[in-house]
Design a binder for this molecule. Structure first.
Ligand SMILES: *[C@@H]1O[C@H](CO)[C@@H](O)[C@H](O)[C@H]1NC(C)=O
Ligand SMILES: *[C@@H]1O[C@H](CO)[C@@H](O)[C@H](O)[C@H]1NC(C)=O
Length: 989
């Protein structure tokens, strides 16, 4: 809507311009016999004012042309001089300043409305005292700063309406405002005013509207405010007022709107007198501290009430049935008290739109009328209700109840599993500082993570028609680009009132809890959200760690990051509780009103990320992050990884097979369905055997197929949380030339990895097995070579953490329908013990692909994969298996043969005879020469995989890639065959 105005303004300007040149007969609309000239000084002042406001020069006499927003008074006689008496320049996207001198020169002004623009600078100062006729001044919703000038004192007795709300005003409220006897409406809300409420305001006997909400005002409500007998609207919500909520409020018999929420009031609420104010339509009280609980009054006569909020005020006892008599009630919030009993049946009569009973101790069954009669939303979570009616679930929120969290906690059954937790609040899975932050991107109120290692719950309501639960997540594209953690801050979780994250099954001990924040919601001038103040509290393990916390202040601005670390102790329940709670401070907008600044209702806690790390070592040797990030000697092959994975995941129970689901091609299947689809791991469904287990085909409905790897249990455990991270790492790898890991599960002694199914089976099958129906012509073979290289390039060079595949061989390279090569069995390698390479070498059928450094105890780098890749290239071109050395058996060592042919300059003799002459000689030569470079003895002499890719893609010639200084082939070929033989002879224990 606001965007329309500039167009309007400019078309008016064009119109005026045309008038000046006489093209349009504007003047005729005014009686031509009337002289409507402004006095020269007023005309100049008006021009000066308009220029600084950002509106530009007036091109004609404003009084003549009924220029929108400028009101003149012209006495009826001829030749009378007009005067500007009103400026109605609201909502014109004016982005200049107010020229105080010019404004004060318009001495006949009665009404000034510059509201809802983007004016900056301070409130016009000094000589405003000249405006002796001023009755109304509205500067609300701008970006004015500075303090409220004391000149207002000199404003005359005529001023009745003063609205300075929605600016950046600081300082205290001048007591001189009490000298404006005619003032009936005063709004200073949504500023940054501090200090106390001036008692002088009590003199304003005509006051019917007093808005002071969303400031930093402190102290008590002055006693002499008792005299506000005409007051209809009183709002001090979102400040820091102290003391008791004054009883004298009940004497304000005209009062309809009362907003006291979000202060530091304490003691017992004077509910009895308040509940007998029959004119009251809105009553908002929250966060009143009281050492003892107190019940609702016995009687009440608040029959006019429409919106009632008494939140977090230590009310105990039952919900009084008389609430059912408040027939106009549409909004009821009694959350976070200590209410007991059930929901009174009398409330059936009400036409409630929203009802919040969150966080009490209500019990029994949820009456069946609740979803029928509540129009929009009923939040009953954090009570002891039995499971409620199933219908109307969208608007009825019962989970979690107090037992759900206990149940989740008990799942762990005293067997902690984790020593860390990383969550990217509001966003997808991402990596920061080598840690995988789990995805947290649902918009539901309650979400237990699939692995049940954490959960969040969010309650409350933005109280705005513009925003709903989809706004629980705020995505901003690279708003916080200056930090390495961009992805972490790109999305944040926003919750209207109460947001709790639970970490389950953590080991007992001290943890560092680090919270990541950035104000990315209240940041825009366009929607005035920049005026917003988000103030909330953070509790960790029940202890308030941050009170009245304001991200924007701490980070010195919007879109700036701020982190805080705390120490938290996790005890015998292995549970960590991080609770973000909006205690009503800061921005507060009254629900049920439509605002031009609606974005300001996006209040409540906001958090971008959580990391929880143990300050202790959990049994055995954990893996340091550097081991994951870099590639160390031990980082190949990982039976132990899987062991740990299983161990870690082993806390799910059989009954949960039905609950765990996996998304495949937009459909979701339960784990049970998937297992059934392998015919309960029937040998008939076996499609492969690997080091760690057997791979089965799962045939699901709709022709959907999966590959399910069932891993045989091992006994050793290690890795713990690194392990889980590793699984997440593997899931996060997406590349055309990788088989996608869809998920990993472990239920007691059943451990599964679920992959995309590859229809054509393995490269080994296609190349070497006689029963294969897959024909690999030269084009396909070359495509496979390139595919493998690209897959490896992704693993080696395109991720934040380098990944050594560690097991490149034709049986680990799968082919899809279009014969695209996909690497499988990757990612398992990044976590393992130092002894693993030797274990791997023991694995039959793999030795020949192993780079010599494995046997030499040297550091294993990505170049080990390059070596294996070289062997595979030779196999693809030759169509021959590079046989393992088997004692007492003649075997042809492909590598030896290649070395010999290479030295003789006849390497092309290696090309598969099956291809006859239908192959590209140049390509074949390139592939073979590349292969020879890849299998060099010294890792440093082998090319990087990206160089291999660029040669295969034809971007570089083979002689352009980093030329090694070797001159002979002595260090290739047969020597490595010898290596593996050496190994065989001297087995390593
Ligand atoms: C209009 O008023 C001004 C000054 O008040 C005067 O100078 C001028 O002659 C008047 N014009 C007409 C057309 O009466
Ligand atoms: C403000 O208005 C006064 C009086 O019309 C003028 O002299 C002055 O130049 C104006 N200031 C600016 C910055 O335009």
């Amino acid at each position: 809507m606001a965007k329309l105005f500039p167009k309007l303004v400019s078309s008016l300007a064009v119109l005026l311009l045309l008038c000046q040149f006489g093209y349009v007969v504007c003047q005729s609309t005014n009686p031509s016999d009337r002289n409507t000239t402004l006095p020269a000084d007023e005309e100049t002042a008006l021009d000066d004012l308009m220029i600084t406001l950002g509106l530009g020069l007036l091109l004609s006499s404003p009084c003549d042309n009924n220029y929108r927003g400028i009101k003149c008074k012209c006495p009826n006689e001829n030749n009378a001089v007009c005067h500007v008496t009103g400026l109605d320049l609201s909502n014109l996207e004016l982005d200049g300043q107010i020229n105080a001198t010019a404004l004060a020169s318009l001495v006949h002004l009665e009404e000034i409305d510059l509201s809802h623009n983007q004016l900056y600078g301070s409130i016009p100062d000094v000589t405003m005292g000249n405006l002796s006729s001023l009755t109304s001044l509205d500067l609300s919703d701008n970006f004015l700063n500075g303090s409220i000038p004391s000149f207002l004192e000199s404003l005359t007795s005529s001023l009745g309406y003063l609205d300075l709300s929605g600016n950046f005003l600081i300082g205290s409220i001048p007591s001189s405002l009490g000298n404006l006897p005619s003032l009936y409406s005063l709004d200073l809300g949504f500023n940054e005013l501090s200090g106390q409420l001036p008692p002088e305001l009590g003199r304003l006997g005509h006051l019917s509207y007093l808005g002071l909400s969303s400031n930093n005002l402190g102290g008590k409500v002055p006693e002499n405010y008792a005299k506000f007998t005409r007051l209809q609207w009183f709002s001090v919500a979102g400040n820091r007022l102290t003391g008791q909520v004054p009883r004298f409020i009940a004497n304000w018999t005209a009062l309809s709107y009362l907003f006291l929420s979000g202060n530091d009031f304490e003691g017992e609420l004077p509910l009895e007198p308040l509940f007998n104010m029959s004119n009251l339509r809105y009553l908002f009280v929250s966060d009143v501290r009281s050492s003892a609980g107190f019940p609702f009054p016995k009687n009440a006569n608040m029959t006019g009430i429409r919106y009632l909020m008494i939140r977090n005020c230590s009310i105990s006892g039952e919900i009084p049935p008389y609430i059912g008599d408040w027939s106009r009630l549409t909004y009821l919030d009694l959350s976070f008290n200590s209410l007991t009993g059930g929901i009174p049946d009398s409330m059936k009569k009400l036409n409630l739109s929203k009802m919040f009973l969150t966080g009490n101790m209500l019990n029994g069954t949820v009456p069946s009328w609740v979803p029928d009669t509540i129009e929009d939303k009923a939040d009953l979570s954090y009570n002891n209700f039995d499971d409620g009616p199933k219908k109307g679930e969208g608007k009825l929120n019962i989970q979690p109840n107090r037992n759900s969290i206990r149940d989740l906690k008990n799942k762990c059954r005293g067997k902690p599993k984790y020593d860390s937790l990383y969550i990217n609040c509001g966003g997808g899975e991402t990596v920061l500082d080598g840690k995988v932050f789990e995805a947290d991107s649902t918009a539901s109120n309650y979400y237990p993570a699939p692995r049940e290692n954490w959960a969040y719950s969010c309650s409350g309501d933005f109280g705005s028609e513009t925003y709903d639960s989809s706004d629980y997540i705020k995505n901003v594209d690279c708003a916080v680009c200056d930090s390495a953690g961009t992805l972490l801050y790109n999305s944040t979780r926003l919750c209207p009132l109460s947001l709790t994250y639970y970490g389950f099954c953590l080991f007992k001990g001290n943890y560092t809890v680090k919270l990541y924040f950035a104000e990315t919601v209240y940041q825009s001038d366009e929607d005035y959200s920049n005026l917003g103040r988000r103030v909330f509290d953070v509790y960790i393990q029940g202890k308030r760690e941050l009170k009245d916390f304001n991200i924007k202040e701490m980070a010195y601005g919007t879109n700036k990051t701020w982190t805080a670390s705390f120490t938290a102790y996790v005890g015998d329940d292995h549970l960590l509780n991080i609770h973000f709670f909006w205690a009503g401070k800061g921005s507060f907008q009254v629900p049920g009103f439509s605002y031009t600044t609606a974005a300001l209702s996006l209040n409540g806690p906001l958090v971008a990320g959580i990391s929880v790390t143990a300050k202790f070592k959990v049994g055995g040797k954990g893996l340091s992050p550097s081991k994951i990030a870099g590639i160390t000697a031990g980082s190949v092959f990982a039976p132990l990884l899987l062991v740990a994975f299983m161990w870690k995941m082993g806390w799910l129970w059989k009954s949960e097979l039905d609950e765990i689901t996996i998304e495949v091609q937009g459909k979701s299947f339960t784990l049970k369905q998937i297992i059934d689809a392998t015919r309960k791991f029937s040998p008939k469904m076996e499609i492969g055997r690997g080091r760690f287990g057997i791979v089965y085909k799962a045939e699901l409905p709709n022709e959907i197929k999966l590959a399910v790897k069932k891993i045989s249990p091992h006994s050793k455990q290690q890795g713990k949380d690194e392990l889980q991270r590793e699984i997440f790492n593997m899931k996060s790898l997406h590349h055309e030339n990788l088989v996608q890991l869809l998920d990993g599960y472990s239920i007691k002694d059943l451990h599964l990895l679920v992959y995309d199914y590859m229809h054509k089976g393995s490269l080994h099958h296609a190349l070497f097995e006689p029963n294969s129906t897959t024909k690999l012509d030269w084009k396909a073979r070359f495509g496979v070579c390139l595919g493998i290289a690209r897959g490896l390039k992704y693993l080696h060079e395109e991720k934040r953490f380098k990944i050594v595949h560690g097991n490149i061989k034709p049986s680990n390279i799968l082919l899809d329908n279009s014969l695209t090569a996909k690497l499988s069995d990757f990612g398992l390698a990044t976590l393992c013990d130092e002894e693993d390479p030797f274990m791997a070498i023991k694995a039959k059928g793999s030795r020949v692909y192993m780079a010599p450094e494995y046997s030499m105890g040297k550091a294993i780098t990505v170049k080990a994969d390059v070596y294996s890749f070289g062997i595979v290239l030779l196999e693809i071109v030759s169509g021959k298996v590079s046989a393992d050395y088997t004692p007492n058996q003649e075997a042809e060592f492909l590598l030896d043969k290649a070395g010999v042919l290479y030295d003789k300059g006849r390497i092309l003799d290696l090309v598969d005879k099956k291809l006859a002459s239908s192959y590209d000689r140049k390509q074949a030569l390139t592939v073979l020469l590349l292969a020879m470079k890849c299998v060099k003895l010294s890792p440093t002499l082998r090319p990087k995989i990206s160089e291999v890719v660029s040669v295969l893609e034809g971007e570089k010639r083979i002689d352009e890639i980093s030329e090694s200084d070797d001159t002979s082939s002595a260090n290739i070929g047969g020597l490595c065959g010898a290596c593996s033989r050496v190994l065989e002879i001297e087995p390593i224990s």
